[in-house]
Design a protein around this ligand. Structure first.
Ligand SMILES: Cc1cc2nc3c(=O)[nH]c(=O)nc-3n(C[C@H](O)[C@H](O)[C@H](O)COP(=O)(O)OP(=O)(O)OC[C@H]3O[C@@H](n4cnc5c(N)ncnc54)[C@H](O)[C@@H]3O)c2cc1C
Length: 363
């Protein structure tokens, strides 16, 4: 087979790998993406994700560091892809948070006094105002969020990679990858740089198994109901995302350290019970689909990226956790800048920092 020279070999076509590939192709780099055909047994986290982009998270309505830059990069990068392929994947969307108790109510009111939170907090409603049979015993608040259609985004990018001979549709065999004279040889491919974007499967990677990635399994249902609900996403810990014509995605379970990517009866039951608790009088529900995936989490809510400290021709982009849709565009750009121009990475996200930290703990 003829030798093929590329600048960047990217392992994994989830959200991390896809956006990094896009960003490098935009910079005129020769890119090849390696990913097996997606199948129902293990579709990867990105293909099952809800795609909720919430500006404030958790019961304390925490505003992530650099939120403005994260949203700016998301609007920019998703917008660029939308324009290139004439499709819509990223849309602003109200997120109705049903308040569960007095603590949430008190925390929300404190946030409302802070001008930094003003762009993200909309209408606040008293208990019972949601209507439609929803349970909002402590009231509700509308957050100004967005939704990313990950399946559509990834399908379109995969098609693009395929059409432009940039996709190798198979799992990477780590044993066949050789590091030689600052380059990487993989069968007939010679790459200047390899970036591993393997999601939780990085834990089996011979060079990056030490990455601070903690898997957490999530299950999600697609359901049909015959009741009109308020426009937007409804969130009370578990959430409902409208898909149109009475169909919703109901998610998600969260099981730390579970790496089994298959849907389970227990997951389905947990979600349907949570669905009932969203309502004072729950509507009848039909389950149309059931999926599961494993999130590549990280305890401090930053991703992990950058070059391997001993093998600079190898790099990683991982640890997007539960918020990949918001984090990935910003960090894909940071990583592309780092690989191309040596721009320093923020310490909490820098792979080198985590490698050294791990060594210090183990020595
Ligand atoms: C149920 C659920 C709900 C979620 N909801 C949301 C949400 O509402 N909002 C949000 O922002 N995030 C959500 N997430 C999290 C989101 O999915 C992740 O943050 C993000 O998708 C991670 O992307 P990734 O590319 O790092 O990993 P993945 O999507 O897992 O992609 C990894 C890719 O690497 C490939 N791969 C692995 N090993 C190899 C190999 N040896 N060779 C070649 N390819 C390989 C896999 O095939 C896969 O395509 C959710 C996750 C789950 C599971």
């Amino acid at each position: 087979m003829r030798l093929e020279h590329v600048d960047n070999l990217i392992i994994g076509q989830g959200l991390a790998g896809s956006l990094l590939a896009w960003e490098l192709i935009r910079r005129k780099r020769r890119v090849l993406v390696v990913d097996p055909p997606p199948g129902p047994a293990d579709p990867g986290a990105s293909r099952v994700a809800g795609g909720i982009v919430s500006p404030l998270t958790g019961r304390r309505f925490t505003k992530p560091a650099e939120l403005e830059s994260l949203i700016g990069s998301a609007v920019d990068l998703y917008g660029e892809i939308e324009e290139a392929f004439r499709l819509i994947v990223y849309q602003e969307c109200p997120i109705w948070r049903l308040l569960g108790d007095d603590l949430e109510w008190a925390k929300l009111n404190k946030r409302r006094e802070d001008p930094a939170y003003e762009p993200y907090i909309g209408e606040v409603q008293a208990a019972g105002a949601m209507g439609h049979g929803l349970a909002d015993p402590k009231g509700s608040v509308c957050l100004h969020g967005a939704r990313l259609d990950l399946a559509r985004l990834l399908d379109r990018l995969r098609q693009f990679f395929q059409d432009t001979a940039r996709l190798m549709e198979e799992p990477l065999d780590h044993n066949a990858l050789e590091l030689r004279e600052g380059m990487v040889h993989y069968r007939h491919i010679r790459a200047r740089q390899v970036t591993f974007c393997e999601g939780f499967r990085v834990l089996g990677n011979p060079w990056f198994h030490w990455a601070p990635v903690r898997p957490s399994k999530g299950e999600i249902l697609t359901i049909g109901i015959r009741r009109e609900l308020p426009e937007g996403i409804i969130n009370a810990g578990k959430w409902l995302i409208p898909l149109g014509e009475g169909r919703y995605r109901l998610g998600a379970t969260y099981e730390r350290d579970n790496r089994d990517p298959g849907p389970t009866e227990a997951g389905r039951r947990t979600l349907l019970e949570a669905f009932s608790r969203l309502f004072l009088d729950p509507p009848e529900v039909t389950v149309l689909d059931h999926q599961a995936g494993v999130r590549p989490g990280k305890t401090d809510h930053y991703p992990v990226l950058g070059r391997h400290p001993d093998h600079p021709q190898l790099a990683i982009f991982n640890g997007l956790g539960s918020r990949g849709s918001l984090l990935a565009p910003h960090y894909a750009r940071l990583l592309a800048d780092h690989l191309e121009k040596g721009t320093p990475l923020p310490q909490a996200a820098d792979a080198r920092y985590w490698h050294d930290k791990g060594n210090a703990v183990n020595s």
